[in-house]
Design a protein around this ligand. Structure first.
Ligand code: UD1
Length: 374
């Protein structure tokens, strides 16, 4: 395979750093642009930063630094983003700046470069769908519901009912055709990032792929950042001998995908052109409930700690969303390889040797102060 000069924005982060390792392993030359966000890294360059990559510590909104970072580059992976969904609802300027403006700066600097880029891959998110797709158990209609109403949630009626026949709606695979209902500022910025990249890519003949990542887990996910995903939050709680706090009833489900499968998709996008100009889901196609995650993690850590189901709920939370991955399979030959059991075992092996500052309670209090946890 042809070797490339590759820029990974956010290459110090959870997904970016795993991607950097894989690209270097394949013999590519890699440059990282990352500002080392304090909330994620605690203001120190992480140990996992690959020493074979060139590292530029700068903000993706800094056009001068971005221009320098793009010099001689022919492939760009855009992974830099602020990632706290709840936090995006009150630190709106910060999220719009990093995610929207950052992508705008990157694209504007890319089109100024004399060289034609071979590929642009952008990290989008399942959050842009809002609720996943459902099918009615009674009348078999396919339904794409909006969020559950406040009245429904206040009454702790967590599941959706069919508006036509009153039957219970069952979660089914969400395809890329599902209408988008982003329900947080974070999600809106992810939709923007995806569409900015695809539209600019199309106009300037930059083969561009947008991946809608589902719920990614794995080593290096910032355990002390209370705004990241549930696997990291629960691991951090358990490691500190605290019970994970479960919102709703714990039966809500997600598609948990191991970070190495995310990396696999990113490598396929580089090697193949089938996904160019397209957006596609990257998940596993398998749903797992939040309660199951808490139990698997506690068991794996050998802790007899039952999760606490507190009967609260988070503003904007969806009930179920699982990926239909047929598009990525057909266009790129993507096939998830890591089972949840082996992925969580690997995560826990790593977690056991980490110091995780448990900041979940203060973050939850912050969300509650903004009426985002009820
Ligand atoms: C959101 C984003 C997703 C992003 C992810 C991590 C949406 C629809 N999706 O996913 O793009 O990658 O955040 O930033 O916005 N939960 C608990 N207790 C906790 C924490 C979470 O019960 O302490 C529950 C939540 O209520 C939710 C589930 O776990 O039902 C998953 O939450 P989380 O990991 O934050 O991810 P999403 O909200 O699915």
């Amino acid at each position: 395979m042809e070797k490339s000069n590759i820029l990974v924005t956010g290459g110090a982060g959870f997904i970016g750093s795993h991607l950097v390792d894989a690209l270097i392993e394949k013999g590519h030359t890699v440059r990282i642009l990352d500002s080392i966000v304090e909330q994620v890294h605690g203001n120190k360059v992480p140990e996992h930063l690959n020493s074979k990559a060139e590292f530029i510590r700068a903000d993706v909104c800094d056009s001068g630094a971005v221009a320098k970072a793009l010099d001689g580059i022919d492939v760009v992976y855009h992974e830099a983003a602020e990632v706290g969904v709840g936090q995006s609802m009150y630190e709106i300027v910060r999220y719009v700046r990093a995610n929207d403006l950052g992508t705008a700066v990157l694209l504007e600097e890319m089109i100024k470069q004399p060289k034609q880029f071979k590929k642009l891959v952008v990290a989008s998110s399942m959050s842009i769908y809002g609720e996943g797709a459902y099918v009615c158990g009674g009348c078999s209609e396919t339904v794409n519901p909006f969020l559950r109403s406040n009245e429904q949630l206040a009454a702790h009626e967590w599941n959706f009912k069919c508006e036509k026949c009153g039957g219970e709606l069952k979660s089914t695979g969400t395809t890329e055709e599902k209408p988008l209902f982003p329900t947080s500022v974070y999600a809106v910025t992810k939709q923007d990032q995806e569409q900015f990249c695809l539209s600019v890519g199309r106009a300037y003949n930059i083969p561009t792929v947008a991946f809608r990542y589902f719920n990614v887990y794995g080593t290096r996910q910032a355990l002390s950042n209370p705004y990241t995903g549930v696997c990291a939050i629960f691991s951090s709680r358990l490691l500190n001998d605290q019970p994970p706090t479960i919102f709703e009833d714990g039966e809500q489900s997600r598609d948990f995908v191991h970070v190495s499968d995310i990396v696999q998709a990113n490598l396929l996008a580089l090697e193949k052109d089938g996904g160019d100009g397209q957006m596609m889901n990257i998940g596993t196609g398998r749903p797992t409930s939040v309660k199951q995650i808490a139990q698997l993690l506690a068991k794996g850590l050998g802790k007899e700690i039952e999760p606490e189901i507190v009967g609260k709920y988070r503003e904007g939370d969806i009930r179920h969303c699982v990926a239909d991955i047929s598009k990525a399979k057909a266009l790129l030959g993507y096939e998830p390889k890591v089972s949840l059991e082996s992925g969580l075992a690997e995560l826990l092996n790593w977690v056991k040797n980490q110091d995780a500052d448990d900041r979940v309670e203060s973050a939850t209090a912050e969300l509650a102060a903004h009426s985002l946890v009820k």
